[in-house]
Write a protein that binds this ligand. Structure first.
Ligand code: GAF
Length: 377
């Protein structure tokens, strides 16, 4: 990467950093409701080679881009511009400066193997890679969680996507071999060991190839619906509605909001149940929770699609212990908890089912819980 940096920018990189994509095991659309999530970081990451500049310019280049350098004066950074992929790293630099950090310009060379539009948080990885590189280039005293929150601010206020904080926290704070049990209300978290292989299990990720775009308005609509429902119920957030009070609350809500609330409240409960099981090392028992989470996304939150439903159904029929769509929804990726010896067969079954249905060929891989953002060199 440092060679490529030199070829593009004609100078020497000061270091190389990496920030991973993620899959969420359970806890979908709970993060902007102050609830619980349980993601793992993927081995797939955005890498960045970087060097500081003293002339107040930010220069951005992506190996996956159009072979052009985006060159911006720091003083000209403003929400909405640039509005390409470069908006994510530029937004992080903007957010750092907005927060009062004394940072100057930089040259940044990105290379990513996180599939884009696949619900695997390629955007959060891009943001967190920028944030951690900047932390070191400008010796900022920022914790992993602070880098995540700045990255979320970049996405919310600069790029204009009203996402929650899960993806950035996963990319910044996850550790090898563990899932991140995060309370999004106070950002407290703990690492939950997830040694699937020791119990003969594996986590299969199936990219349905149905691209999902958080910025297309549907995500914002769901968030507004949840926040509106909380307000009608007189709650700070849906997190504050206990499962025991759900039936009464649902009866009081307009019919279009009730299913959203049912999803969020039952999903928070599923995360807590999953944690109980993982703490006891009962990994296989996670399966039915994943599948119930998918049904809730499909039937109540209405964010599934034919491809995700087919992938889940087929994976279960082929021997998966549980399966669900992961991420923002409307496609993206499905995860399946599988006995190791069935992993290949489950992948093939989904592949064949997609061919028969005339869908685009999916891409699948096994995910191991990996390390959050860190310096490579
Ligand atoms: C996307 C968002 F970016 C997250 O904040 C989260 O809301 C997720 O969708 C759904 O759980 O990944």
């Amino acid at each position: 990467m440092t060679d490529e940096f030199e070829q593009v920018f004609g100078s020497v990189a000061a270091g190389v950093w990496a920030a991973p994509g993620r899959v969420n095991l359970i806890g979908e659309h709970t993060d902007y409701n102050d609830g619980f999530v349980l993601p793992i970081a993927l081995p797939h990451a955005v890498k960045v080679a970087a060097a500081p500049r003293t002339d107040g310019r930010l220069r951005l280049y992506s190996k996956q881009g159009d072979d052009r350098i985006t060159d911006i004066e720091l003083g000209a950074l403003a929400p909405g511009a640039p509005n390409s992929w470069a908006g994510y790293p530029a937004g992080v630099v903007w957010a750092l400066r907005e927060a009062g950090h004394q940072v100057g310009g930089a040259d940044l060379y990105f290379d990513s193997d996180v599939p884009g539009g696949a619900g695997l948080s390629s955007s959060a990885a891009l943001e967190c890679a920028t944030a951690i590189a900047y932390r070191d280039l400008y010796q900022l005293d920022l914790s992993a969680a602070e880098l995540a929150v700045l990255s979320q601010r970049a996405e919310n206020a600069f790029v204009g996507v009203p996402c929650g904080v899960m993806d950035q926290m996963a990319s910044a704070c996850c550790e090898d071999g563990a899932a991140l049990f995060l309370d999004t209300r106070d950002l407290s978290w703990r690492q939950v060991p997830l040694r699937l292989a020791e119990q003969g299990l594996a986590l299969l990720v199936i990219d349905t190839r149905v691209k999902h775009d958080l910025g297309d308005g549907a995500y914002a609509g769901l968030r507004a619906g949840c926040e509106g429902a909380a307000e009608l119920l007189g709650l700070a957030a849906l997190r504050d509605l206990p499962e025991a009070g759900l039936a009464e609350a649902l009866a009081a809500l307009p019919s279009e909001l009730a299913p959203l609330v049912r999803h969020v409240v039952t999903e928070d409960a599923r995360v807590l149940r999953a944690i109980e099981l993982l703490d006891k090392g009962e990994f296989a028992a996670l399966g039915p929770i994943l599948t119930a989470g998918h049904a809730s996304q499909r039937d109540d939150f209405a964010i599934s699609c034919a491809e995700s439903d087919l992938a889940v159904r087929t994976a279960l029929a082929a021997g998966a212990l549980g399966a669900r769509q992961t991420g923002g929804g409307f496609g993206g990726s499905v995860i399946a908890l599988v006995p190791q010896e069935l992993a290949a067969a489950v992948g093939t079954a989904v592949h064949n089912a997609f061919t028969t249905a005339g869908f685009t060929t999916p891409v699948s891989f096994l995910a191991t819980p990996s390390r959050g953002a860190h310096r490579l060199a």
